[in-house]
Design a protein around this ligand. Structure first.
Ligand code: 5GP
Length: 188
């Protein structure tokens, strides 16, 4: 699979520009600043897809916060959630009595977020909410509450700004829809 050298052959169309993404971060950051005023939330970034979003989002939040990361995986290199979520790398921080905000790139089936929310509640967090950049509702398999999101997206596979396809294209500065033929090629 080529990296970013033939990007026009890979991306069908641009869905969100850098400016669109910035506007989402500003709006969410302002809302979170209000909602977490006077609190000391622990921001839990879901690796690896959320790193770009998290670093932009927290700089729009005027809150005394701490950051940690967790790598949970259910997709592997495939395009559909296996439903079998596992911890690849755990938090270093104790979440007991903390207000936790999970930051995730995209919610699709909802299985990953559900797993993380349940786990952090079980570990004694005072509150566990989530902020995702993109909310893909078409394949949702549970009724998980997505407290904050940047935008809804349709049932298409998006890459860029942290979102990958076979571990590539995370470093695109915009978010684009992958050409269906690229997906088909990879599935052969
Ligand atoms: P869920 O457990 O909600 O089905 O899956 C969440 C994870 O699936 C996301 O963190 C992301 O890694 C992956 N995912 C779901 N939809 C997409 C998509 O359209 N593009 C990319 N790159 N990853 C996706």
């Amino acid at each position: 699979m080529p990296k970013n050298d033939n990007i026009d052959n890979i991306i069908d169309h641009k869905l969100f520009s850098e400016d669109d993404i910035h506007q989402m971060c500003v709006r969410l950051g302002q809302q979170l600043t209000k909602d977490y005023a006077g609190k000391n939330p622990l921001i839990v970034g879901a690796l690896k897809g959320a790193i770009f979003f998290l670093t932009d989002l927290v700089r729009e939040m005027d809150v005394k916060e701490q950051i940690d990361f967790m790598d949970v995986s259910s997709y592997g290199d495939g395009l559909e959630s296996s439903g079998n979520v596992k911890i690849v790398s755990d938090l270093a921080t104790d979440v007991k009595d903390r207000d936790v905000l999970i930051v995730e790139d995209i919610v699709d089936t909802g299985l990953t977020l559900q797993f993380m929310k349940d786990l952090l509640k079980k570990r004694g967090a005072k509150s566990v909410k989530c902020c995702v950049l993109l909310n893909k509702e078409a394949n949702r398999k549970n009724d998980i509450e997505v407290e904050y999101y940047g935008s809804k997206v349709g049932n298409e596979f998006v890459v860029g700004y942290g979102l990958d396809f076979m571990s590539f294209y995370r470093n695109l500065s915009y978010i684009g829809v992958l050409k269906p033929e690229v997906i088909k090629l990879a599935q052969k």
